[in-house]
Design a protein around this ligand. Structure first.
Ligand SMILES: [Zn+2]
Length: 233
């Protein structure tokens, strides 16, 4: 069998190997990213922190409302007790009373929206938790299938590698080196058939001289247009 023919056989194995290797890489990457799980876990963690933050804010405002109410009550007790007769002291207390009322109003205005935000954050976190549990269950099944498929594809790859090594056995080292060099540079097609005088690698008609070489030469003949190894059919 001619070198070019042996190389074409190798190329067919290499092409199948490339397809299987690409599938294996895809499976490995799917397994590594754990489907949607990573993204969901991140989102759930962000939502959990948001729950804590909004709860804290709501708690602070609630405490502020209580504080201001207590303060107003204490000021009013002093104001209306009749014990303070000094005008300056009375004015100061009234100012303090107004300030406390303003502070209370501000806190009361914010406490409602803060409670809503806290409830909203809790609901969102809960929904994400449920989604996460569901997705984790699904992933258990999916990952099992993916792992099995990856093992199968890996076996196919190993088999093809053995087959390729066997196919390369009869090829001269110099021709093999040329083939290996061409394969990645020519989009996985290092050997091209010649049909009706046309190189199937680049679809260009071969000059008569090249056709002659192809028929008579023992060495590999390259396409003068695309540089691929030619195989007469
Ligand atoms: Zn060509």
């Amino acid at each position: 069998m001619s070198s070019a023919r042996l190389l074409l056989d190798m190329q067919q194995i290499d092409q199948r190997l490339a397809t299987s290797a690409a599938e294996f890489r895809k499976l490995a990457s799917e397994l590594q990213s754990e489907g949607n799980l990573k993204r969901l876990r991140d989102e759930s963690e962000v939502a959990r922190v948001k729950v804590l933050e909004t709860r804290l804010e709501h708690g602070k405002l609630d405490a502020e409302v209580s504080t201001q109410k207590a303060r107003i009550e204490s000021i009013e007790t002093r104001l209306y007790s009749g014990a303070i007769t000094n005008l300056r002291e009375l004015t100061a207390l009234e100012e303090e009373h107004n300030l406390a009322k303003r502070n209370l109003a501000t806190a009361e205005e914010s406490v409602g929206p803060a409670r809503l935000a806290s409830e909203h954050a809790a609901a969102k976190h809960e929904a994400l938790q449920i989604q996460l549990i569901d997705t984790e269950e699904q992933w258990k099944v999916t990952s099992k299938e993916l792992k099995k498929r990856a093992r199968d594809v890996s076996k196919v790859c190993k088999g093809l590698e053995l087959e390729r090594n066997g196919a390369s056995a009869g090829v001269e080292e110099r021709d093999l080196a040329l083939y290996r060099n061409l394969l990645p540079r020519k989009g996985g097609v290092a050997v091209a058939r010649v049909e009706r005088g046309i190189c199937q690698g680049c679809r260009i008609k071969l000059p008569i001289r090249e056709m002659g070489q192809l028929k008579s030469a023992d060495n590999l003949v390259m396409c003068s247009s695309c540089g691929r190894i030619l195989l007469a059919t």
